[in-house]
Design a protein around this ligand. Structure first.
Ligand SMILES: NC(=O)c1ccc[n+]([C@@H]2O[C@H](COP(=O)([O-])OP(=O)(O)OC[C@H]3O[C@@H](n4cnc5c(N)ncnc54)[C@H](OP(=O)(O)O)[C@@H]3O)[C@@H](O)[C@H]2O)c1
Length: 248
């Protein structure tokens, strides 16, 4: 078992939803947390509850994400786990009525936010590994089952998440033998404020953020975490096989 106790964990999008649930669970397991989001007030509240260090970050701004890494390093000296969780969604709409400005914003957050976060994590982790401060590091990208299949009315969200999956799979290959492993998490529907603008019809059946966060953390605690974690509710089906590949 790979204990989370005293591990330095950076999380984006921790002001609510899945990111907040991950923060609460990781804090209970004894992690040292640096949490981020745009809403300073919400973040402060989560930080107070979990003894985490809050950093106001817009993940679409490279400088903000670089500052997040800087705060974590100056406070703790290294980063063990970096979780790219910040994300946006768009209500269902046929592609003809897609709001292109909002689609750009969605891709900036869901793809570029994940890229900036992963890049900062890799830079910090490689330095710490070569300085022998840590033996290994882990990047966890919260993607979605929308990265695994196309969905009518969800073209922009699915495109952003398919791209995030391509990025996640590629850096995993790039980091083979580096000591840094990359986990892609593919949840189905979770009851969060992601859907505040318009709730999907089956929202009441969605999983709780706490149950999804618990499964993510349990995977990270394995000696060899699954590199792809598909988390769907009972009865939900996907046109893909649940791969049980292991971290290298
Ligand atoms: N809910 C689902 O059904 C579901 C399913 C699969 C995957 N996911 C993924 O899970 C992740 C978390 O989503 P959630 O369901 O927990 O949604 P949520 O409750 O709306 O939380 C989203 C988080 O992302 C942050 N965020 C959004 N834009 C940001 C930006 N530009 N910079 C920094 N932080 C930003 C928000 O904080 P601020 O507003 O304070 O910035 C918030 O903390 C997302 O990547 C989402 O795509 C969700």
């Amino acid at each position: 078992m790979n204990s989370i106790k005293n591990k330095v964990v950076v999380i984006t999008g921790a002001s609510r939803g899945l990111g907040k649930a991950l923060t609460v669970i990781l804090a209970a397991r004894g992690a040292k947390l640096v949490i981020s989001g745009r809403s300073a007030k919400d973040l402060e509240e989560v930080a107070k509850e979990t003894n985490a260090i809050p950093v106001t970050v817009d993940v679409t701004k490279e400088g903000d994400v670089a500052n997040l890494a800087k705060v974590a390093i100056s406070k703790f000296g290294h980063i063990n786990i970096w979780i790219n969780n910040a994300g946006l969604w768009l209500p269902k709409a046929p592609v003809e009525s897609l709001n292109i400005k909002r689609a750009h914003e969605l891709i900036e957050v869901n793809l570029f936010g994940t890229m900036y976060g992963s890049r900062e994590a890799i830079i910090c982790m490689k330095e710490s590994i070569s300085a022998k401060k840590i033996k290994k590091g882990m990047i966890v990208n919260i993607v979605s089952t929308s990265a695994l299949q196309g969905r009518a009315g969800q073209s922009a969200y699915a495109a952003s998440k398919h791209a995030a999956k391509g990025f996640t799979d590629s850096i995993r290959e790039e980091l083979l033998a580096s000591g840094i492993s990359v986990v892609g998490v593919y949840p189905g529907g979770i009851k969060t404020s992601l859907f505040d603008e318009k709730k999907p019809e089956d929202f009441k059946d969605f999983m709780t953020p706490e149950s999804v966060a618990e499964k993510i953390v349990q995977n990270l605690e394995k000696d060899q975490p699954d590199i792809e974690q598909v988390l769907i509710r009972p009865g939900q089906t996907l046109n893909i096989a649940n791969k049980a590949n292991k971290t290298k």
